[in-house]
Design a protein around this ligand. Sequence first.
Ligand code: AHR
Length: 501
Amino acid sequence: MKKAKLTLDRAYQIARIDPRLYGSFVEHLGRAVYGGLYEPGHPLADENGLRTDVMELVKKMGVSVVRYPGGNFVSGFNWEDSVGPNRPKRLDLAWFTTETNEFGLHEFCDWCKKTGTEPMYAINLGTRGPEAARDIVEYANHPGGSKFSDMRIANGAKDPLNIKLWCLGNEMDGPWQMGHKNAHEYGRTACEAAKLMKWVDPSIELVACGSSSEGMPTFGDWELTMLDECYEQVDYVSLHRYFGNPTGDTASFLAGTMNIEDFIRTVISICDAVKGKKRSKKQLNLSFDEWNVWYHSSQQDKEVWKRDKWGRALPLLEDIYNFEDALLCGAILITFLRHADRVKIACLAQLVNVIAPIMTRNGGGAWAQPTYWPFMHVAKYARGIALNAIVESPKYDCREFTDVPYIESAATLEDDGSVTVFAVNRDPEEDTVLEIDLHAFGGLRIAEHILLHHDDVNAVNTEENPGNVIPAAGPGGVIDGEKAAVRLPALSWNVIRFEKI
Ligand code: AHR
């Protein structure tokens, strides 16, 4: 059995964790909205057509903030189409489907209220610009007495929708985006849109589009150039990253968080470089507002489009996630906790049916994919302060990386003195005993060891068998004075909760 060591100290604090780290994302894409959030006539739909079985799973998952309505979709979207009694059908050029606009802004805010989530609303800076950006903030947040706020009232919402978090477009660096811009054009547009939006409501916060991945040829230059134009007007820079394992190389796949580490560090450095250059007093933070595994469905999507281009609510991006995907998601969440001082918002992309932890069948059930569980554990237990977890772990080399620690870990300290350790064991063969130095925390006991493990990395959940990959009690360990020793099974996600005696 291998051994690893984790040293924690209440003095080694990274930051208080922003609960918006446990965000997700719903795009008008595939069956995310129609058949996911919203299915009038479903036996479990409420009076507004919202699926209560899905809402229950979302609440249990602990999602804090939900980015909406896109994604690529938003870059051709007219927000006016989604409010009021007359909702036009539109061609969506992002996903080659027809958007009926039956579900729109008010329906989304209603859903957010019912699920206890906060809306994070993306505006269209692709085919539109500062004028539409100004109008939607007036519609959503101005109390009344103006054209758009009165239109909202006439549409049934007397009180402002009070949306506090806004994205200035989506992936504007990508040539696939409607209204794609170069960094200078985007920076100028984002600056002017942001000015108008904040003049309407100074209390809002704004996320500027960073690169759509660190693999983009413009990565780095994009952030530098666009921030040079809009640094003072925005509050966060976005990062997006998806992972895949098409060749079945589990060792490299699970090491993918090494890339995320570099990505985060680079974007922080660029933000701070622009801050220095501008002699600004303001610090920008990061919004990792799209992250996930995404590759299982790519062949199926091609067939769907061949069959039914311009259809409504097509079964697109319906990745069926397996156990190793859940391990990677756990490791990604650990990485965010380790950067809790600068990563303040993160959104698992997406939430229902589309590259999602929650799946549904039209007219049928809703169930959790394996990736649901690490997210739920972190959203529930990673509260309070993120601690600087110093891990000494044996390492391995794989096709894509060298010196990958088998054990990846983060830890949190809650206000009541309880400590929680999150750990992924990437070792495919051996269990590891994790020795945890808890000298700084006084009398603690092991309250619980939660384990997610399956003997088959390809194991999945289905509507018929939703309990194939689910958490169970772990082997736990011993605690002796200031040290605990906990067994982490080979290939496992672990949550070890320590409580005050
Ligand atoms: O989440 C799916 C898509 O991935 C989003 O629409 C886009 O922003 C990204 O490329």
